[in-house]
Design a protein around this ligand. Structure first.
Ligand code: UD1
Ligand code: MG
Length: 450
């Protein structure tokens, strides 16, 4: 595609939509068809929140990831072949050489992303099979992110952040974070891969988070495409505050030509659309009452896909805004994740078979909690984040509800059935995304000059 042509290559975008519909249908068909094969390979789990104990095929995210990655590979010729064809004498003229260089660059972005996705899928599947310990699996997404970080480095990716207006007196307008910026990006991949996995355990929870985040990213990408003239006004408004480099920071004015910006969001669409397709197909079977479980494979693959578009599309901070419920769940979980409060193997809500309702599950203190733990739990309880059972006479904490968003919702809103709870979780995710758009396009003008 010629360098300065700002219109999107429509055939590739249409192909991507076609591939996504195919991904949806493939997941819809293959998930139940391969279920028995998974059960036979001992990849099965019991639904903890049901009366029945039939084995449910587990880690069928592997089917989703396989469909997804294979389609991403089959898609490669579409955005990349016509660019070469359309260049006159690609090897000879300056324009031709620039075109070839930019093609190689975009291809390396795409291929490194595939590598990271494959690593994440492998890690997810290994985790399903071997139940890898936290301290062993945490560093792996960091390593999985290296290929795409190298590509970011090779393109001279910026490591500057724009300082909000009130703080500029101390730091200036731009601060170069250098290697710290790379550390931030690699931690991003650890966060996106794990954060969906720990907001899990009820039918439809993992995949619905992925669906809503993917839809939010797609919506955000669409804002950057050069729509026909009627839509130009909002696009122009966005352009003036576009999150273009310097360093993926909110930056006033378009630093690069608009075609660069369009390309990044097109890339993001190519990665997100088939993900949405495959997830919607899977969701049909994972919806209450679930006939298939995602396993960690689905959480890791989708999480890595989000990191890939956030980093390569240079909108990692906007992406993090779409993860507000996951950030909240992670902060809430910290006392249990870092061992201050005991963390049982499963923190899913408690199921009462008589009423068919879910209640917040509790962690029982066999020994009285430490001073620090008691202090933290009491603060959390006063904020309404957990419910405590205390000893009637001396007030020591005997029980606390598990520190997850699902239990938090049950503590605040009372017992409800599983389907209702997953709908509440989805509503929370949608609200988070709406808030994200307000913050990104409304409020950022207050702290950054637009
Ligand atoms: C994470 C959570 C854990 C939660 C689990 C549920 C942390 C630190 N870990 O662990 O608290 O209990 O996810 O996925 O927060 N299951 C259902 N219904 C569902 C989905 C899963 O009952 O809709 C059960 C099944 O028995 C399934 C198992 O959860 O086999 C899968 O758990 P797994 O993904 O291996 O747990 P972790 O990711 O390690
Ligand atoms: Mg899991």
């Amino acid at each position: 595609r010629p360098l300065l042509d700002p219109s999107p290559p429509l055939p590739a975008l249409f192909a991507s939509v076609g591939f996504s519909i195919f991904a949806f249908l493939a997941a819809l068909y293959l998930i139940p068809a391969l279920g028995p094969t998974f059960v036979k390979a001992n990849l099965k789990g019991r639904d903890l929140l049901k009366v029945y104990s039939d084995p449910i095929p587990e880690s069928q995210g592997l089917v989703c990831a396989s469909i997804y990655i294979l389609l991403l590979i089959l898609f490669i010729p579409f955005p990349f072949s016509n660019s070469v064809g359309s260049l006159p004498d690609s090897g000879k003229t300056l324009e031709g050489l620039q075109g070839v260089a930019s093609l190689h660059h975009e291809l390396s972005i795409y291929l490194s992303s595939l590598l990271s996705l494959l690593m994440a899928t492998m890690l997810g599947f290994l985790d399903d099979v071997f139940d890898i310990r936290w301290r062993h699996k945490l560093p792996i997404p960091i390593i999985a992110a290296i290929p795409m970080l190298m590509v970011y480095y090779a393109e001279g990716g910026n490591t500057h952040v724009v300082i909000p207006i009130p703080l500029r007196r101390f730091f200036g307008v731009l601060v170069n974070l250098g290697p710290l910026y790379y550390l931030y990006m690699s931690l991003l991949s650890t966060f996106t891969t794990n954060s969906i996995n720990i907001l899990a355990g009820i039918n439809g929870s993992e995949v619905s988070q992925a669906v809503i985040i993917a839809m939010s990213v797609i919506l955000n990408d669409l804002l950057y495409l050069p729509w026909p003239i009627d839509f130009k006004i909002p696009l122009h408004l966005l352009g003036s505050q576009a999150e273009v480099e310097v360093g993926g920071a909110w930056h006033a004015g378009m630093a690069y030509g608009s075609s660069e910006l369009v390309d990044r969001h097109l890339f993001s669409l190519y990665i997100m659309l088939p993900l949405l397709g495959v997830c919607l197909g899977f969701m049909y079977h994972n919806w209450y009452p679930a006939r298939a479980f995602p396993g960690d494979t689905l959480c890791y693959t989708t999480g890595m896909a989000f990191s890939v578009v956030g980093i390569q599309g240079h909108f990692s901070k906007t992406l993090l805004l779409f993860f507000l419920p996951q950030i909240f769940n992670f902060v809430l979980s910290c006392p249990q994740l870092f061992g201050l409060v005991p963390c049982p193997r499963h923190r899913v809500p408690r199921f009462d078979p008589d009423t068919n309702l879910l209640y917040a599950s509790k962690v029982l203190f066999l020994r009285p909690p430490s001073k620090t733990a008691s202090f933290v739990l009491r603060i959390m309880s006063s904020l309404g984040l957990t419910a405590l059972t205390t000893h009637p006479s001396n007030g020591t904490i005997l029980e606390a509800t598990n520190l997850t968003v699902l239990n938090f919702l049950l503590v605040r809103l009372g017992a409800m059935n599983e389907k209702r709870l997953v709908q509440m979780l989805m509503a929370t995710q949608v609200t988070g995304s709406l808030l994200a758009f307000v913050v990104r396009y409304g409020l950022s003008g207050l702290v950054y000059d637009g």
